[in-house]
Design a protein around this ligand. Structure first.
Ligand SMILES: NC(=O)c1ccc[n+]([C@@H]2O[C@H](COP(=O)([O-])OP(=O)(O)OC[C@H]3O[C@@H](n4cnc5c(N)ncnc54)[C@H](OP(=O)(O)O)[C@@H]3O)[C@@H](O)[C@H]2O)c1
Length: 290
């Protein structure tokens, strides 16, 4: 772990640092002496984060779905770190597109995959030349939804399952260069993502064709209650930040950080379980009766 004020602190790029896990991670790694490049999309967020961090932290404008933005961020980071390279990349940016799959507009599903899957891979591809120099480490922030697809969040589950597959492949493909790839799989975390979920649910409600919407009236209510519960009972962001720091800084990092009892017990217990029992448990895990 680097010491604060080390003459050449290890550089880390984190995506999605305006709020939640990303913001907490940026501030904690900054506090621990890393040279943090904080990916953001709004100047106001950059100013706020700069105000809370040391002079070392560098906000970088980065929309993971925009090719020009990714390219320009790679150039900015590359110029700043020079021959020292990048010690870590935390692919954290993410959104949740809510809704039963019949109601999810396909352009929203595309957006879900653009941000949570293609965005992570685009940033990874752009940063690999800098990571190879050190060699650095990659931490992908996935979710329990990358192992157990949650009803009413099928788009999100699909994106996180894809991220799990990508992480499993990168871990093997990048091993030859000594680049360690870890996945962090938290159960629910108390962050603004759940408020955004409720707002996006309002939009879904408003846009769904009335006859289909009527069929799902009760489900939409259950979906909102489940999201509300996940926010209220979510683990603190600090728990996720500790895991990310472990993956970046310890001598023997793990490849998988399942956080929360449902996250480590669920996938293990589901192996070989009949689907009817699995589905019953998944609904109860979400606090939903169907
Ligand atoms: N909260 C949970 O229960 C939970 C559980 C498991 C895993 N996770 C995962 O943790 C990660 C962080 O989520 P969070 O809970 O901290 O949510 P959050 O507070 O809503 O943060 C999401 C971050 O992603 C950024 N983002 C969204 N679209 C982006 C894009 N196109 N390009 C770059 N950045 C973008 C947001 O930036 P803007 O403000 O600019 O939109 C924000 O900084 C996500 O990958 C999420 O799936 C969360």
């Amino acid at each position: 772990m680097p010491e604060p004020d080390h003459p050449d602190p290890p550089a880390v790029l984190i995506t999605g640092t305006s709020t939640g896990i990303g913001a907490a991670c940026a501030l904690e790694l900054d506090r621990r002496g890393f040279r943090v490049f904080a990916g953001l999309r709004q100047e106001a967020d950059a100013q706020r984060l700069r105000g809370e961090a040391s002079g070392r932290l560098v906000p970088v404008m980065l929309d993971v779905t925009e090719a020009d933005s990714v390219r320009s961020a790679a150039e900015t980071v590359g110029r700043a770190v020079g021959d020292a390279g990048l010690a870590g990349l935390v692919n954290n940016a993410g959104i949740v597109v809510p809704g039963p799959l019949e109601l999810v507009p396909l352009d929203r599903l595309r957006r879900q995959l653009e941000v949570n899957v293609l965005g992570h891979l685009a940033v990874t591809q752009a940063m690999l030349p800098l990571l190879r120099v050190v060699p650095g480490r990659i931490v992908n922030v996935s979710s329990i939804a990358g192992r157990i697809a949650p009803p009413y969040m099928g788009a999100y589950g699909a994106s996180k399952h894809a991220l799990t597959a990508i992480t499993d492949v990168l871990r093997i493909e990048l091993r030859g260069w000594g680049i360690h790839v870890a996945i962090v799989e938290p159960d629910s975390v108390a962050t603004p993502i759940w408020d955004k979920f409720q707002t996006d649910s309002d939009t879904l409600d408003a846009k769904a064709p009335p006859q289909v919407r009527k069929l799902y009236e009760q489900d939409l209510l259950k979906m909102r209650k489940a999201a509300y519960r996940m926010d209220r009972t979510g683990m603190p962001v600090e728990k996720v930040v500790r895991a990310i720091h472990h993956a970046l800084a310890t001598r023997r990092p793990k490849t998988r950080y399942a956080l929360g009892w449902r996250s480590w017990l669920g996938p293990w217990a589901f192996g070989g379980m009949p689907d009817w029992l699995r589905d019953w448990i998944v609904l109860r895990m979400m606090g939903v009766r169907k």
